[in-house]
Design a protein around this ligand. Structure first.
Ligand code: NOJ
Length: 544
């Protein structure tokens, strides 16, 4: 029987650098993760997705892979990876690993060989090398910009230029080259043979570039703006994103995954819109899931959220795929902070000490309401480490600690993504709040994080941890992940839907909202008011 565990799974993202440090060097590692897996089981998730842990110079937090078949010594070794996968499986948790096929690290042996072999060589053909324009080829081959700012081209000593849509240390591969394709088929098998349950595919919409690399003057570097991949504008996609040719690659990968038992999956990180365009990545013979960044980017307004939910469900239904939901990840401002700004000032990237600061209480209140709405929606949901603690972004981190390459590449105009990547707190009174056995932590943890530590929340009624646990348990027992929704009458400032026997109501406005007569509350993101009504910025799950 084909296992379809992923269709309603709750998948928890671990950012290995910042989850748990076993050896006290201030950097999280695989044994640290393995040691904390029982807590994730207790939380009630179905699967863990690990951001990259492969050998890497770590110029972009490991999304610059130097060897796809190993483990960076900062994080452990292959034996540690096997142990993690084995223990997760013993606990009934699936394991998804990150795959970064758009680019390698410039320290990958292929790129070193490409530089050494020179123009016109087969080694160079694995990447996108071109001659420059202008006298002596001193100008980049075209006007494309890097997602992190500046030109997307870098010149090498012999005069040619190579394309890097991200950092200069992340040269783009040429997916027109058969040896690139074969190598990745082999990498898939390497990890599938080790027992992983799937792959989160980085920049899945970027692998194929339009023939001849036509000009594109719209800057891609909009990390400071609304979206990372620049949700491609509605209309014909730009020449580096969402090209037709990517789909054939995923069909080939899918055939490999289908040779394996147990329901192995591919998850697209594709900043593509509208929903119908994204749904093309999850057609029956392609990937299984795609992150729903439209939901993550939607403003905290009932009409916007209702529209995104409807569009997402409709587009995925059309291709028979489950919809996914996500509110936070390692690239965007944590939702407990994002929602602490006035709706019209919401931004997705980078807050520094000089920026207007969020209303922390409002942010958490809305985040809890948003999460409760998300977890009641049918399909699969993604959680990002720390959100189950109500963890905010570190919004006042001094700039000297920041590591995101987007900051220097943007000429320091972009704050960067470090604020959501700070090591998480486990024990209020331990060094590094229990992140590791020492007081070291690769990014500084704010002092207020003691309040958010897991041990301050376990068993505490109303804590965010207990709210997540209760929500995940009820989601499972009421079959919400595999249900369907029916919108219910509600005031304009509220949203209400039924999923099976559960009524889900979120109040976005100032006036309290009544529950239907006779309804009994199953779960609420905050207490109801004295008259049993749903107050502002609260989601309730009710029966009856
Ligand atoms: C998306 C990843 O999530 C992000 O962290 C990374 O910087 C880019 N892809 C480039 O790999």
């Amino acid at each position: 029987m084909v296992e379809r565990w992923w269709r309603d799974a709750v998948i928890y993202q671990v950012y290995p650098r910042s989850f748990a440090d076993s050896d006290g060097d201030g950097m999280g590692d695989l044994p640290g993760i393995t040691g904390r897996l029982p807590r994730l089981k207790e939380l009630g998730v179905d699967a863990v997705w690990l951001s990259p842990f492969y050998p890497s110079p770590q110029k972009d937090g490991g999304y610059d892979v130097a060897d796809y078949r190993g483990v960076d010594e900062r994080f452990g070794d292959l034996g540690d990876a096997d142990k993690l996968i084995g223990e997760a499986h013993d606990l009934g948790l699936k394991v998804i690993v990150d795959l970064v096929p758009n680019h390698t690290s410039s320290e990958h042996e292929w790129f070193r060989a490409a530089l050494a072999a020179g123009p016109g060589s087969p080694e160079r053909d694995r990447y996108i090398f071109r001659e420059g324009r202008g006298p002596d080829g001193a100008l980049p081959p075209n006007s494309w910009t890097s997602m992190f700012g500046g030109s997307a081209w870098q010149r090498v000593p012999d005069g040619q230029w190579y394309l890097h849509l991200f950092d200069v240390s992340q040269p783009d591969l040429d997916w027109g080259n058969r040896s690139v394709r074969d190598e990745f088929l082999d990498i898939l098998r390497f990890w599938l043979d080790r027992g992983v349950d799937g792959f989160r595919v980085d920049v899945a919409h970027g692998l194929v570039k339009e023939e001849d690399l036509p000009e594109w003057d719209v800057p891609l570097a909009i990390l400071g703006g609304l979206s990372l991949g620049g949700l491609a504008p509605v209309g014909p996609p730009p020449p580096m994103w969402d090209q037709e040719g990517v789909h054939e690659i995923y069909r080939e990968w899918r055939r490999v995954l289908d040779e394996y038992e147990g329901g192995r999956i591919l998850v697209a990180e594709a900043w593509v819109q509208p929903a119908e365009r994204l749904a093309r990545y999850v057609r029956p013979d392609e990937m299984h899931q795609a992150f729903n960044f439209m939901y993550l980017s939607a403003p905290w307004r009932p009409a916007d959220l209702r529209a995104v939910i409807n569009e997402s469900l409709a587009a995925n239904d059309e291709v028979g795929a489950p919809t996914t939901w996500v509110l936070s990840n390692h690239d965007v401002i944590r939702h407990a902070t994002r929602l602490g700004y006035p709706v019209e000032r919401t931004r997705l990237h980078g807050i520094g000490p000089d920026d207007p600061q969020p209303d922390v209480g409002l942010g958490l209140r809305r985040a809890r309401a948003a999460t409760l709405q998300m977890l009641a929606l049918p399909g699969s949901a993604y959680l990002y480490q720390g959100e189950e603690l109500g963890l905010p972004e570190h919004t006042t981190m001094p700039h000297e600690y920041r590591r995101d390459p987007a900051r220097p590449r943007s000429g320091h105009t972009v704050v960067g993504r470090d604020g959501c990547r700070v090591p998480i707190p486990w024990e209020a009174d331990a060094p590094s709040y229990g992140f590791g056995p020492s007081d070291r932590s690769w990014l500084p943890q704010p002092a207020v994080w003691a309040e958010y530590a897991l041990d301050r929340q376990q068993g505490v009624p109303g804590s965010t941890w207990e709210l997540y646990r209760a929500a995940l348990a009820s989601r499972r027992s009421h079959g919400l992940g595999s249900g369907t929704i029916a919108w219910q009458q509600a005031p304009d400032h509220a949203l209400a839907f039924r999923n099976g026997d559960v009524l889900v109501l979120t109040n976005f406005g100032a006036a309290p909202v009544d529950l239907p007569a006779g309804a009994t509350v199953l779960l609420a993101s905050e207490p109801l008011d004295a008259d049993g009504r749903v107050p502002t910025d609260v989601t309730v799950w009710a029966l009856g």
